[in-house]
Design a protein around this ligand. Structure first.
Ligand SMILES: Nc1ncnc2c1ncn2[C@@H]1O[C@H](COP(=O)(O)OP(=O)(O)OP(=O)(O)O)[C@@H](O)[C@H]1O
Length: 334
């Protein structure tokens, strides 16, 4: 097996928000690594903490209303402790971010070219003319037709798909080691979605960056990710290679997500959704946070939090069933 290095290490990360209703434990002690040149998929229902995890990596959370603890190590350097001046060098240059809404990611008052030029000036110290050459070249590489003309257009003059390509081009100008893609295709129509996903795959091959890919869409995850982490209520409940997670899911929540995906593909009338909803982060249930929705919940699940258990190499699950009632679950999976 080829040994790969970790490019990012998240250790015991907690993200708590101070709200009028009390402390909201959006992310509550998660640890994971991002390896060189891999795509790591973060998947889970809305509100489980995927986006705020990545905002913490970029140090984009409001310091006044957020309580952060743990470590986010990049090149051995803890991002959470870093000075703003160093973080500015990291954002955009070392770590890029592609959001769901490309229109919201660009400033509507400046042309695409002006925004690319700003990145080139800040991070690469290029002149306006050099930036133009680089920008147009990058737009060409991500498949934007007539890049010379597009370079001088405003964001509203481009379609959603083209704008997302432009956002990818803008991010690639500095060749960041890490790209964070937060639901990058959710706002696009299905054909354009597939084109953008293919583009991201080919870019990763060419540029060799690591990608954290956030989505609630398991179909997209199975296409894009090398490894998958399943999040539920501020915790990572299952980790594994994409193949392991899809072929051998263990956590009842992961299995529920899988069942919903399959039924959706077969256009069933009703989705076998997981009963109930994600709990409020101000009042997580005691014990396993999934227990009120879990058909296998036992006494212990209501009392204490399960720890990570190794299923096999690289596959970990946080569920009391393992080493206990796992076989019963196995039989009911199909
Ligand atoms: N600034 C904030 N103040 C208080 N609570 C917040 C804040 N930002 C996010 N949250 C809460 O943190 C939790 C996690 O949110 P997050 O956006 O990370 O979820 P997500 O898994 O990315 O879902 P989605 O797919 O809907 O974006 C949610 O309960 C959300 O309401």
């Amino acid at each position: 097996m080829i040994k790969t290095n970790n490019i990012l290490q998240v250790e015991h990360l907690k993200i708590y928000f101070k709200t009028f209703e009390g402390i909201s434990k959006a992310v509550d002690d998660i640890s994971f690594v991002l390896k060189e040149k891999e795509t790591l998929g973060l998947v889970g229902e809305s509100g489980c903490g995927k986006t705020v995890t990545n905002l913490a990596i970029m140090k984009l959370l409001n310091a006044k209303s957020t309580i952060l603890s743990g470590k986010i190590l990049y090149n051995g350097w803890n991002i959470l402790q870093a000075e703003e001046v160093n973080i500015r060098k990291l954002r955009g240059k070392e770590i890029g971010m592609i959001f769901q809404e490309p229109m919201a990611s660009f400033d509507p008052l400046f042309t695409i070219g002006e925004q690319m030029s700003e990145v080139c000036k800040t991070h690469l110290k290029l002149s306006k003319q050099e930036s133009r050459i680089q920008g147009i070249e990058m737009m060409k590489r991500v498949g934007i037709p007539e890049p010379e003309k597009r370079y001088d257009e405003y964001p509203h003059e481009m379609s959603g798909g083209m704008l997302q390509r432009a956002m990818i081009a803008l991010n690639l100008l500095t060749n960041p080691k890490i790209l964070i893609a937060d639901e990058p295709t959710t706002a696009l129509d299905v054909t354009v979605q597939a084109q953008v996903l293919n583009l991201m795959k080919s870019i990763q091959k060419e540029f060799g960056n690591s990608i954290i890919f956030i989505t609630h869409d398991l179909g997209v995850i199975s296409e894009m990710a090398d490894r998958v982490h399943v999040m539920y209520a501020g915790k990572i409940v299952e980790k594994g290679s994409t193949m392991e997670i899809f072929e051998n899911p263990k956590h009842p929540y992961t299995i529920g997500l899988m069942k919903s995906k399959i039924k959706k593909e077969y256009k069933a009338k009703s989705l076998p959704y997981i009963r109930g909803t994600v709990p409020n982060p101000q009042q997580f249930p005691v014990g396993c946070r999934f227990h009120p929705r879990c058909e296998y919940a036992m006494e212990i699940c209501r009392e204490s939090e399960p720890q990570e258990t190794v299923v096999n190499e690289g596959h970990l699950v946080s569920c009391w069933l393992f080493g206990n009632r796992g076989d019963e679950l196995e039989n009911n999976k199909s």
